[in-house]
Design a protein around this ligand. Structure first.
Ligand SMILES: [Mg+2]
Length: 323
């Protein structure tokens, strides 16, 4: 099983262009409805509200799949949730590619999905910059897909050699990251360019028990050299959760976030007002305060959900057992 990721996310300083603390977290206070829903759930005791959830958001890496392998019970759980008429969205911090590729990958692995079933941090960064600052001259560090995305969002993409003209630097997972790219990005940010990271995950799993350095590891290097903290778009920050909840089509209080990463999936889901379900496959850590539920596998979650649904809808005709 791939190692649990522990992406840190602290937005502490500004770069003179944006108030980073407020940019990610204070656009709108959490809705009263979300806060009430969360308080009500916590007061009612766990896991009694699982059966009332109308939309489930699943993290991908380490939750639905590990590298090329679908995790046990994932396809059966998703099929049964959909069969019961519930919403399912996949919410990923992916920083190399967008939702189209992730949806194709899900489908190939046995979970039918189209672009609209996947919310990827990667897809949000271009529009987030546009919304905050308008169209900019942006220097991306990432895949060619990232440059294409920024251009299609209305930004002018600069090469690494053009760093002096950059109004923003965007960091995704960059397989070509090297000293020259670190230098260009650091100089641009130190000179006043806005600094965005798709996510701040330290690692991402590429196979069982193996990882690549994550987008956050690269962004941290630039942050150290430039002296500026980045604005992160992905979990645990609000932008990705807001889009995910809207895509599910229910209120935050009627939605659940399922993930293996406490600081991003669970802390972010809780802040957004969702029921939070931590997938702890090691099953050797006490229940953390951020999570409403802790399960050792998706099969266990499937069994809990079936039991809770039956308790709430005794006349329903739910069928299917976890595979
Ligand atoms: Mg994960």
């Amino acid at each position: 099983m791939a190692a649990t990721l522990w992406g840190r996310q602290r937005l502490e300083k500004t770069n003179g262009v944006l108030d980073l603390e407020s940019s990610g977290n204070s656009r709108e206070p959490m809705s009263a409805r979300s806060e009430a829903g969360m308080a009500e759930r916590r007061a009612s005791g766990d896991p009694s509200s699982l059966g009332e959830i109308r939309g489930f958001a699943f993290d991908l890496d380490g939750t639905i799949w590990a590298g090329p392998t679908l995790l046990p019970g994932a396809a059966e759980l998703v099929a049964n949730l959909r069969g019961a008429g519930l919403g399912v969205v996949f919410a990923s911090n992916q920083s190399r590619h967008g939702s189209a590729l992730l949806a194709r990958r899900l489908t190939a692995m046995g979970i039918d999905a189209d672009d609209s079933d996947v919310v990827a941090a990667f897809d949000l960064v271009g529009d987030e910059i546009l919304r905050r600052l308008g169209p900019l001259r942006v220097m991306p560090l990432g895949t060619s897909d990232l440059a294409d995305l920024l251009e299609s969002a209305g930004h002018k993409v600069l090469s690494i050699d053009e760093w002096a003209g950059a109004q923003a630097v965007v960091v995704g997972n960059d397989p070509l990251f090297d000293f020259g790219r670190l230098r260009a990005a650091s100089r641009a940010v130190a000179a006043g360019a806005a600094f965005f990271a798709v996510n701040m995950d330290a690692r991402f799993p590429v196979a069982e028990d193996q990882f690549d350095p994550g987008c956050g590891a690269l962004a941290e290097a630039i942050a150290v050299a430039s002296g500026v903290r980045p604005i992160s778009i992905g979990k645990p920050n609000r932008p990705l959760f807001e889009v995910t909840i809207a895509r599910l089509g229910h209120s935050a209080a009627e939605a659940a976030m399922v993930g293996d990463n406490l600081p991003s999936d669970i802390a972010g889901g809780r802040a957004a007002g969702m029921l939070t379900i931590w997938l702890d496959d090691r099953n050797n850590v006490p229940m953390p305060p951020e999570a409403d539920l802790k399960v050792g596998s998706l099969k266990e979650l499937h069994q809990l959900w079936l039991a809770q649904r039956r308790a709430h809808s005794p006349s329903s005709h739910l069928s299917g057992e976890p595979g």
